[in-house]
Ligand binder design. Structure first.
Ligand SMILES: [Zn+2]
Length: 198
């Protein structure tokens, strides 16, 4: 019996290696660190610390309270209080405020969603079908589909606004807007951490 494989990236050293699609965990062959490949389904209040190359689903009654959730793909119908770093497609379907950093390769704001981003969102591709408030930095194309709304500033390489869409804010469309979200491992220094030098 043949099992498919997929490439996963190490959280620590960024090296990719192939794993069977059925694997739940793996060890990086380069640095030996553990890589979680499990899917997580959050349907209630949770303080779980999530760092996986699998899928994260936050259900409508889900309330994820974790400083920074890292996942391979995401579907958010409920609440995410911290940052969300998604290495693939992130679909936002609910209503509410995202207080943390949101990063994804492909961000989709669905038709019935009403989202507000307290901090600038970073993505390589963005599709807006619902109501969106906040600033977006996109290293690729932003598409605002019919009935989609963006109230906020937009920095992108390309923009496509369908008839019936709404866009209000400052625009900067340039070919050299940064493409790739910052890797999940390249953190800014923790402001709560004590200074390195006395
Ligand atoms: Zn590694």
């Amino acid at each position: 019996m043949k099992v498919g494989s997929r490439d996963v990236k190490c959280f620590e050293c960024d090296a990719s290696h192939a794993v069977p699609t059925t694997a739940k965990t793996t060890l990086c062959p380069r640095c030996g660190s553990y890589v979680d490949l499990q899917d997580y389904d959050i349907a209630a209040r949770s303080n779980r610390n999530i760092r996986t190359r699998g899928r994260l689903v936050v259900r409508a009654r889900g309330d994820l309270n974790c400083a920074r959730a890292v996942c391979g793909s995401a579907l958010v119908e409920g609440r995410v209080r911290g940052s969300l770093h998604c290495g693939g497609k992130a679909v936002l379907r609910g209503r509410g405020v995202f207080a943390g950093d949101i990063e994804a390769v492909h961000l989709v704001i669905e038709r019935d969603a009403e989202v507000e981003f307290a901090r600038a969102v970073r993505a390589v591709r963005v599709e807006i079908m619902g109501k969106t408030m906040g600033n977006i930095v996109c290293g690729g194309q932003v598409v605002i589909l019919s009935q989609g709304t963006l109230l906020g500033n937009l920095h992108a390489r390309a923009l496509d606004v369908e008839h019936g869409a709404e866009l209000a804010g400052q625009l900067e469309i340039r070919p050299d807007i940064e493409t790739v979200p910052a890797p999940a491992s390249a953190d800014a220094p923790d402001p709560a951490a004590p200074a390195a030098t006395a």
